[in-house]
Ligand binder design. Structure first.
Ligand code: FE
Ligand code: MN
Length: 473
């Protein structure tokens, strides 16, 4: 080990009102070995120094899918408006304000560190990355360390655009070679170890708490494809390196949280591809063997916490958790506020909405949308959902008023589903007249969506308490 510092299609007039299957989000919105002894002793010294600092619980945050878009790339014209309306619910017109509110929130609440698990930028625009780096520097200046990994949108992305009047203009994007230089201060330069074949690294974030930051994105062929590849995987050599990292952590008696952009577990019972790692079963098996039982992910843009109990022997194996934090760029614009206790290895997680209102008031903003941001953002998300549902139903055999009430139910469901609170609102949703009409439809996306909601597990999607396993030697 080298130690280094959718498209919404109108429905046809089916007698039985069959619906068309759509991808979830579109429809919804609609190192080598560790054998170097000199390096290992240097590492031990570093770890001991950090461990001696304190033994109390540490507070930290995880946010994902910030999809930051530099405001210099946007003029608010027709092309931008159409892009936002045709998108998946990201609050792009207030992208800068959302990140400023995060800086402010971190300055006020001072978490020890902030994890950003990929899709840092809208589509990998060079200027978005550079502006984001400036904001992250300010977070570090206020005393919060920042650790990042890339997502599928951040590197070699041919979709990078600026918007001018009626036109989208191809914007400069960064490559994978630029990433660790740009984000050197946010993990790469502090790494205890770096994987040679990816942008993955291991870092000590707090006394006895290490982060295994995994680059699960596949960006080598994006230019050739003409689009950013959505699905993810962990390379065999990276998996071997991860095993070495677990050994190192075991020797140092550190606990490990694994962070990746793509999901380890399925976060929906719907048949959608591209969210879970392509080799999720293999990775899950290895994580369990290595005693790495907590993954923080993103990518799916909705809030969901799952655990995998193992192959039947529930009394023998402890569960592996995957917390998918909802996209920071999407309502309700939340991050996970977490704690870790080095004495008990206990971890807590609580979804927390960013305080845009507080930031706007503090800076003397006169923008009513910012001063009442949580309502504005929810209304905006709901109406976007509503409009897309209506479009889908345009040619269905339902009456205009039926379609309106179906779109209404869909909009409410989406608000709760993305926030991770659908379970708490099942009774309310099921009582909506529009919901009953959706239930009459057969096959296709919506009945699947309704079903996935009905089999919502009893555990919370917005909070968790668990104990980290000891990494295995
Ligand atoms: Fe994303
Ligand atoms: Mn993604």
């Amino acid at each position: 080990m080298k130690i280094t510092k959718q498209i919404l299609q109108p429905l046809k007039n089916h007698k039985r009102r069959h619906l068309i299957a759509l991808p979830l989000l579109a429809a919804v919105m609609l190192l080598g070995g560790c054998k170097d002894e000199t390096a290992t002793s240097a590492l031990s010294a570093k770890v001991e120094a950090l461990t001696a600092e304190s033994a109390g619980p540490v507070a930290f945050w995880v946010a994902t899918d910030t999809h930051y878009l530099d405001k210099k790339l946007v003029d608010g014209g027709a092309a931008f408006e159409a892009y936002v309306n045709g998108g998946d619910g990201k609050m792009l017109p207030y992208s800068d304000e959302l990140l400023e509110a995060l800086v402010y929130d971190a300055e006020q609440k001072k978490p020890a560190f902030l994890i950003l698990s990929g899709d840092l930028t809208n589509n990998g625009e060079t200027s978005s990355h550079k502006e984001l780096v400036k904001k992250l520097k300010r977070i570090e200046q206020a005393g919060t360390s920042v650790y990042v990994i890339p997502g599928n949108h951040d590197l070699n992305n041919p979709w990078a655009r600026s918007f001018s009047g009626e036109n989208q203009i191809v914007a400069k994007h960064i490559t994978d070679k630029d990433f660790d230089k740009l984000y050197a201060d946010f993990g790469y330069d502090e790494a205890l170890s770096r994987d040679e074949k990816s942008l993955s690294y291991l870092v000590q974030a707090a006394p006895r708490l290490w982060l295994l930051m995994i680059d699960s994105a596949q960006y080598a062929k994006n230019e050739q494809y003409g689009f950013p590849q959505t699905d993810g995987r962990i390379l065999p050599s990276t998996l071997e390196w991860m095993e070495d990292c677990a050994k190192l952590a075991s020797e140092a008696q550190a606990s490990v949280i694994t962070v990746m952009h793509h999901n380890l577990l399925n976060h929906t019972s719907m048949q959608v591809s591209g969210f879970r790692l392509n080799n999720s079963q293999e990775v899950l098996g290895q994580l369990r063997q290595d005693g790495l039982n907590l993954v923080l992910s993103g990518h799916i843009h909705m809030q969901d916490i799952r655990r995998d109990q193992g192959a039947g022997n529930t009394d023998v194996t402890s569960p592996v958790y995957d917390i998918a934090t909802s996209a920071y760029a999407v309502n309700p614009h939340q991050y996970g506020a977490m704690t870790f206790d080095p004495l008990t290895r206990k971890v807590t997680y609580t979804s927390t909405a960013v305080d845009v209102e507080g930031w706007a008031a503090a800076k003397g903003s006169s923008d009513p949308n910012l001063l009442d941001f949580s309502s504005y953002a929810e209304d905006n998300f709901a109406s976007s959902s509503y409009n897309k549902s209506l479009q889908r139903l345009a040619e269905s055999s339902f009456s205009a008023s039926e379609r309106a009430s179906m779109a209404e139910a869909m909009a409410r469901l989406n608000v709760y589903y993305f926030a991770g609170t659908a379970k708490e609102h099942l009774t309310e949703i099921k009582a909506m007249p529009g919901f009953k009409l959706w239930e009459q439809t057969e096959g296709g996306f919506m009945s699947g969506y309704i079903r996935s909601m009905a089999d919502e597990k009893s555990e919370s999607n917005v909070s968790l308490e668990m104990v980290l396993d000891a990494p295995q030697p």
